[in-house]
Design a protein around this ligand. Structure first.
Ligand SMILES: [Zn+2]
Length: 239
């Protein structure tokens, strides 16, 4: 594989954006040794039309190194277009200079579903953490009570994820409203997921406040780790 041939395949992909051209370029890079062999099954799914470029870009934005390598620098370019180059540093593992709030807000570029899945992942993580911290022998433990509330809220969100229409968003939010003032982290994060589902399916304005609210309940580093672990396999369809 000559460098010239490789550049030709790259140019063809960049010009056409076609899945077949992308797959050919990726396989050539694997043969040449500049791309990990783990990319081969993804290249096959890209060529078959089973993995869309926007999903690969999302996985790259989430910080998956393989996804970043597949699309080279387009994910970075995209994140810069989203208006927040500090968010890019989060994808590149720099929490100190990175802007986690901006990164979360930028996730909305891919629509409501990744954002709702992010809030769901954080709610589940908070539920598990509170269980782990609870004294199992404490007869006054209320952990089960809050777990039940969290699960009830998440059921509405899961129905919305199956069918993300305005009706399911409204149903999820209506059922959730009686838990609006429960301050337990897992419950308020599940409530946040319901609010976001409703906001996206009803075309309401996107409030940046959601990102801030999530980060008030989950530390920045933990939020990024939880969201990555849940969303990258989903984005790439490797779950
Ligand atoms: Zn629906």
């Amino acid at each position: 594989m000559s460098d010239q041939r490789l550049r030709e395949l790259e140019r063809r992909f960049k010009e056409t954006g076609e899945p077949a051209a992308w797959g050919a370029w990726l396989r050539a890079r694997v043969r040449q040794g500049s791309l990990d062999a783990a990319a081969v099954p993804l290249a096959a799914r890209i060529e078959a039309g089973a993995l869309a470029r926007e999903r690969v870009q999302l996985a790259g934005y989430l910080g998956d190194p393989l996804a970043l390598a597949l699309d080279e620098h387009d994910t970075i370019a995209l994140a810069v277009c989203l208006g927040d180059d500090a968010a890019v540093r989060v994808a590149l593992d720099d929490y100190y200079d990175g802007d986690v709030e901006g990164w979360l807000v930028g996730l909305a570029h891919w629509g409501g579903e990744p954002w709702v899945r992010a809030a769901v992942a954080c709610a589940i993580q908070a539920r598990e953490a509170s269980r782990a911290n609870e004294d199992a022998d404490d007869p006054y433990s209320d952990v089960g009570h809050y777990e039940e509330m969290t699960d009830r809220l998440l059921e509405g969100v899961l129905r919305w994820l199956d069918c993300p229409c305005a009706q399911h968003g409204q149903d999820a939010l209506r059922d959730a409203q009686r838990y609006e003032y429960v301050s337990r982290h897992s419950v308020s994060l599940a409530y946040l997921a319901c609010q976001v589902a409703w906001a996206f399916s009803s075309d309401s304005a996107w409030p940046d406040a959601y990102a801030l609210e999530l980060l008030e309940r989950v530390g920045a580093r933990e939020a990024v780790a939880t969201i990555r672990a849940a969303l990258i396999p989903w984005a790439l369809g490797t779950t």
